[in-house]
Design a protein around this ligand. Structure first.
Ligand SMILES: Cc1cc2nc3c(=O)[nH]c(=O)nc-3n(C[C@H](O)[C@H](O)[C@H](O)COP(=O)(O)OP(=O)(O)OC[C@H]3O[C@@H](n4cnc5c(N)ncnc54)[C@H](O)[C@@H]3O)c2cc1C
Length: 390
């Protein structure tokens, strides 16, 4: 796909690749083991301006036109080849930024996107609650207007970058009696009175990413931090996912590519039955399937991200869902086969493929599970069937 990229996109890809190779690879096992947030890598990304790639030029970013989704995917993919957990500090910030990018006022964009572009402030997106995962419409966090503030009460769970980020785009009910139609989206700053962080999760994979609870206990958020207007919370969330899901797909793609690369190195040097195992046709066929699936995922992701960057974002929900489902299923399959092809060594932590297999799993779960994404695609097809039937 590199031949389809602009000069600037190739530069971004090269920069991210260099950081992944030189800075991320040497520390990924340490971060995986310790499960701490990779601030040193965040600083490296900021130093070479990689947080600017999804921010419009008007707010100190690099994007002259459109959304910079291809840029965001390229960085996420390259970092994920080395470590998908570390990549999420970057991709989670893009997710937290998108509601502001899509629905923020000029003032909100200047105030919040500018420090994000410089990598001085990270972002997060808070939707999920203990009783509202796939059924996001059943959130219970409330936001009650009191003079020139909203008072937020409730708990969000599983929030990427929780506790580390400074800016939280958060969905809460301003009219609880209306359910999802009564939801609104707010920008909540770390340090807001009544806003704190709860349980930090211990995870199977992406352990360099921090996943935490957000607790709102009479948190007083200035009314000017409402995004768009009251009642738009779910539209903000759904439009955000339309352009963020290609990022999850790119993370999955990067994991799969990293796993294939490790596998190729291994099967070339590993000798059994007096010859290199790559000479066995059974091994080659597995490698062929891995490579084929990766190529298909890449085409799906970059075809879609290019479309979004050209401003064609109408009716793309099913396409974002397809990219996310396909690439994440590929990541799971390819990393499982990578472990298989490394045999017993693949199962050991001395080689990175077991970590890649653990990391791949989350891409089938978050930003809407793959079953829910198939529902989205199915709903689109039902409408299409009705249209064709006249
Ligand atoms: C590491 C991590 C990071 C995350 N980061 C964030 C974040 O930054 N912000 C945020 O808001 N959320 C975040 N999440 C939450 C994530 O998006 C949810 O976990 C996910 O949407 C699934 O919700 P759930 O865990 O409540 O599962 P449930 O909704 O309880 O689902 C359980 C199972 O039932 C299936 N299921 C449910 N409904 C249906 C249906 N209608 N048809 C078929 N199958 C169904 C699901 O597919 C799943 O297999 C994160 C989660 C994790 C684990």
């Amino acid at each position: 796909m590199r031949h389809l990229l602009t000069e600037e996109q190739r530069t971004i890809q090269d920069l991210a690749r260099t950081i992944a190779e030189e800075k991320v690879k040497p520390v990924r096992a340490k971060y995986d083991e310790e499960g701490v947030f990779p601030w040193d890598i965040v600083q490296e990304l900021a130093k070479v301006d990689l947080f600017r790639v999804f921010v419009p030029a008007a707010y100190d970013g690099l994007v002259e036109q459109g959304y910079g989704i291809t840029n965001m995917c390229l960085v996420t993919e390259e970092l994920s080849k080395a470590c998908a957990g570390i990549a999420l500090a970057f991709a989670g910030t893009a997710l937290g930024a998108f509601p502001i990018l899509l629905f923020g006022s000029e003032e909100q964009k200047h105030k919040y996107l500018t420090p994000m572009a410089a990598g001085k402030k990270l972002a997060a997106f808070g939707l999920t609650e203990p009783m509202a995962g796939s059924d996001a419409g059943s959130i219970r966090t409330t936001a009650r207007r009191e003079g020139d503030h909203y008072v937020l009460n409730g708990t969000k769970v599983f929030i990427t970058n929780g506790g580390e980020a400074d800016i939280y785009t958060t969905v809460a009910l301003t009219q609880p009696e209306k359910g999802a139609r009564g939801a609104s989206c707010f920008i909540v700053e770390k340090g807001t009175p009544g806003f704190s962080f709860g349980k930090k999760e211990s995870k199977m994979g992406i352990r360099a990413s921090v996943t935490s609870e957000l607790i709102f206990d009479n948190a007083r958020v200035p009314a000017e931090n409402l995004l768009s207007r009251e009642g738009m919370g779910f539209i903000v969330a759904m439009k955000t996912f339309d352009i963020s899901r290609p990022g999850v797909a790119a993370q999955a793609l990067g994991i799969a590519e990293g796993a294939l690369e490790e596998t190729l190195k291994y099967v070339h040097q590993r000798q059994q039955f007096g010859r290199s195992i790559v000479s066995f046709q059974g091994v080659q066929w597995m490698l062929a399937d891995m490579a084929m699936q990766i190529e298909a995922a890449r085409a799906l992701i970059y075809g879609l991200s290019d479309r979004i960057d050209r401003g064609d974002t109408k009716d793309i929900g099913h396409l974002s869902a397809m990219a996310k489902v396909f690439a994440s299923d590929v990541a799971m399959k390819v990393t499982t086969d990578a472990v298989q092809l490394l045999g017993g060594y693949g199962y050991m932590t001395d080689y990175p493929v077991e970590k890649m297999m653990r990391d791949a799993k989350i891409t089938q779960i978050y930003e809407g599970t793959n079953q829910i994404q198939r529902n989205v695609i199915g709903t689109h097809l039902v409408r299409e069937a009705a249209r064709l039937a006249g």
